[in-house]
Write a protein that binds this ligand. Structure first.
Ligand code: PLP
Length: 369
């Protein structure tokens, strides 16, 4: 409907009424004070760093267990990432490890210019605690809420706790604009600055005058039209995904020990993907399950490979709570099950049956040995 409007009115060029309406819709939905629609979630993170003045030689802390789009913008601005391990409860940034890393940095007299926390698979990090720690050290917090639109903590949307929050509307996310992102903040002057950099850093004069290097990072009016339409159904999508998660958890109850991401108190996760580990069988059991589901044409995936294990970030400092590499275990033993909002009851039953058969077959085999 909004897309047709955009095409009919010839607002196919970037900007136009859908962009502002989509930003307004996101402000209303998230409660953020200001919003900027961007060409991607990655662009939104990049703009957040630029708007905060992060540059070459600076340090930025980031959760290690994430998709690489969280960390790459740190390199785009020439800064050095320091990767922080996860806690076992939410699988997100450990407040204990964060505090350790900040203490070390303060001792060396070089605090990071920003901290990037991620709400992985739509489950909130311990965001209240992380925001408090960042405030204590005076370091701005960026929330990568690309996967967690609709996830709340004490009724407040993830993405609105930090100085900046970012969302993604890539095709695989809970709602999509066929590609796009959103940067939000309660500080309009910071969004204003991000807008400046998102539109080629043009000076406010008639002729084309530039004193900074900017980017072409605005969302198109057609994409914003798609996003506007999808925003109308976000709450239905959250409900659908939560239901899918609950159905899995119920169906696997009693099968063997299974760890899921746990919600912190007062939180409602959007459960974008159902992720789990199999602590009894570990990596071997996880690999068997991945293979078996794959052979039945069911698309299951391993959990994101942490950034400190990526060849491209091999030289980067990694800080754990105290020695144990928690995010590596999630990567090695974790699996994401199909969780699409459009998944039918029958489709989910097929996945459930496959998981049950695989896991119980393994148990039988173990008994025989
Ligand atoms: C998808 C995603 C992004 C990037 O969003 P794009 O719109 O694809 O650029 C960033 N962080 C996380 C955790 C994501 O899952």
């Amino acid at each position: 409907m909004y897309v047709q409007e955009a095409l009919d009115s010839n607002w196919v060029a970037p900007l136009g009424p859908n962009v502002e309406a989509f930003e307004e819709g996101m402000r209303n939905y998230t409660g953020a004070g200001a919003a900027l629609a961007t060409s991607s979630g990655t662009a939104a993170i990049h703009l957040a760093l630029v708007a905060l003045g992060v540059e070459a030689g600076d340090t930025v802390f980031c959760q290690s267990l994430t998709f690489i789009a969280s960390t790459n913008p740190i390199r785009y601005v020439g800064a050095t990432p320091v990767l922080i391990d996860s806690e076992k409860k939410t699988w997100n940034m450990s407040p204990v490890a964060l505090r350790r890393a900040l203490l070390q940095a303060a001792t060396r007299g070089k605090l990071p210019k920003a901290v990037i926390v991620v709400h992985l698979y739509g489950v909130a990090a311990d965001i209240g605690e992380i925001a408090r720690i960042c405030e204590e050290y005076g370091v701005p917090l960026i929330e990568d809420a690309a996967e967690s639109l609709g996830t709340t903590v004490d009724g407040k949307m993830t993405g609105t706790f930090g100085t900046f929050g970012i969302y993604s509307f890539n095709g695989n996310k809970i709602i999509t604009s066929s590609g796009g992102g959103m940067l939000v903040s309660d500080k309009p002057e910071l969004i204003e600055r991000a807008l400046y950099f998102a539109t080629q850093a043009r000076q406010p004069v008639l002729h084309y005058e530039h004193t900074d290097v900017g980017f072409n990072y605005r969302l198109s009016n057609v994409s914003a039209g798609v996003g506007r339409g999808q925003l109308l159904v976000i709450e239905d999508r959250v409900e659908a995904r939560r239901k899918i998660f609950k159905r899995y958890a119920r169906a696997f109850n009693g099968l063997q020990a299974i760890n899921y991401q746990q919600e912190i108190e007062g939180s409602r996760a959007n459960r974008w993907l159902t992720a789990l580990t199999l602590p009894e069988g570990g990596k071997g059991e996880r690999d068997r399950l991945l293979t078996e589901l794959g052979s039945r044409g069911i698309e299951a995936r391993p959990v994101w490979k942490p950034m400190h294990l990526q060849p491209v970030y091999r030289d980067v400092t990694f800080v754990t709570e105290e020695g144990e590499d928690v995010s590596r275990t999630f990567f090695e033993e974790g699996i994401c099950l199909p969780s699409g909002s459009q998944m039918s009851f029958g489709q989910q039953a097929t996945v459930i049956q496959a998981v049950r058969q695989t896991l119980s077959a393994n148990v039988r085999r173990n008994v025989q040995i």
